[in-house]
Design a protein around this ligand. Sequence first.
Ligand code: FES
Length: 106
Amino acid sequence: MTKITFVQQDGVRIDTEAENGSTVMETAIMNGVPGIVAECGGACTCATCHVYVDNDWTEKVGGPSMMEEDMLDFAFDVKEASRLSCQIKVKDEFDGLVVHVPGRQG
Ligand code: FES
């Protein structure tokens, strides 16, 4: 199990146990994390699973693929650390990962 923390806009932290091979989005949905909508169910076609990867993790997690980057154009308030959480696959190396949930999706 890999620990992933979702930080809400108001600073509330939600600690979760993620299953390797699943995605950060699926982990958020399973744990009822507010602010992750994931309308398309992980097909990279909705941009409502937008998160900001914490500064300490951006290098390790890496940037978006070209397809994801195109989709991020539809996300609200995109920043350097923006990713679509359905495109981040959970693995051992991400144990302790922190992502920030935007104030709104789309
Ligand atoms: Fe739709 Fe991630 S869930 S793009």
